[in-house]
Write a protein that binds this ligand. Sequence first.
Ligand SMILES: Nc1ncnc2c1ncn2[C@@H]1O[C@H](COP(=O)(O)OP(=O)(O)O)[C@@H](O)[C@H]1O
Ligand SMILES: [Mg+2]
Length: 160
Amino acid sequence: MAEFIHRSFDEAATARLGAALAELLSAGSVVALIGTLGAGKTRLVQGIAVALGVDPGDVVSPTYVILHEYRGRRRVFHFDAYRIKDDDEFLELGPDEYFESDGVTLVEWADRVERCLPRERLEIRIDATGAESREFRIAAIGQKYVAVVDGLNRFGWEKK
Ligand SMILES: Nc1ncnc2c1ncn2[C@@H]1O[C@H](COP(=O)(O)OP(=O)(O)O)[C@@H](O)[C@H]1O
Ligand SMILES: [Mg+2]
């Protein structure tokens, strides 16, 4: 399995990871974000969206709103499945329309709606390993995302 593991030691580093991802995600990409409350899912979405030209103030934690749409160089669709009761409630939002669009779709709490996600997706698991340190495990599920993981592995990350 193509996988990339990245450690972030502060929020700025998480934003840089988001910027790297923004360069690598093509139109129609779907990113599944998995991690507990406060892991950094929304911060990573912010990093990606801002790098795609979205106003930073637009990206908020959409806990009460299940879907936010932002406009930058690409459209960014930001789902938060935290409050989703079951698959039907999620499917009522018509997620396939977003998954198949020319935008980039990011799904927080993706593990709660896993059966509703496209078969191919980029999966990002985030663990809080300290007050400001986070571990990101980024895996390509399906051939389409192998290039993203390869791109992250080749990216010129600064050494810490
Ligand atoms: N390296 C880091 N990367 C991301 N967030 C961090 C980091 N260090 C500390 N934080 C804090 O962790 C929290 C992450 O919140 P958020 O992104 O909303 O989490 P989630 O969406 O996973 O519930 C924020 O309060 C942020 O300030
Ligand atoms: Mg969040």
